[in-house]
Write a new protein. Structure first.
Length: 148
């Protein structure tokens, strides 16, 4: 049995491990424990963003996470959300935990009055893309570009 809850700073070590699993899948990111620890600490301090965890009730082990970061959208004329870092550790995948995390993220976003949610997924991560499609997410005509 699991519960979905808001992350705490004491969860950061477990969240960093999860990000290590995620970044091993995503080609655009390299795992850096110090950077991920710093980023999570900043995100958890934010009052406008949300980090959710899936925790095993019996052991208090965090085995999944998802974050929503708010952005201002001129297209929507208000706040929107960027879903990031949805990951469930390999041993617990395909048991509905990612769905529960995503549902909680959507519920949080609606409670905040966000007008839209969006996310980025690795174009070669077929299981993730199939999961999002099954959850009703739609691809767009936009592509992601970056400049470092």
């Amino acid at each position: 049995m699991i519960k979905i809850r808001t992350a705490k700073t004491s969860d950061i070590p477990q969240l960093v491990i999860l990000l290590g699993e995620l970044f091993a899948i995503e080609e655009d990111f390299a795992f850096d424990q110090d950077k991920q620890t710093k980023g999570l600490a900043l995100l958890l301090k934010s009052e406008k963003d949300c980090v959710l965890v899936a925790e095993l009730i019996a052991t208090n082990e965090v085995m999944g996470m998802c974050s929503v970061q708010t952005l201002l959208s001129t297209a929507e004329g208000g706040l929107v959300g960027l879903v990031e870092d949805l990951i469930v550790t390999a041993d617990f995948r395909k048991q509905g935990f990612a769905t529960k995390l995503l549902e909680a993220a959507i519920n949080w976003s609606q409670a905040q009055g966000l007008k839209r949610l969006q996310l980025l997924a690795d174009k070669n991560n077929s299981p993730a893309l199939a999961f999002y499609e099954k959850q009703g997410w739609q691809t767009t005509q936009l592509i992601c570009l970056k400049k470092c």
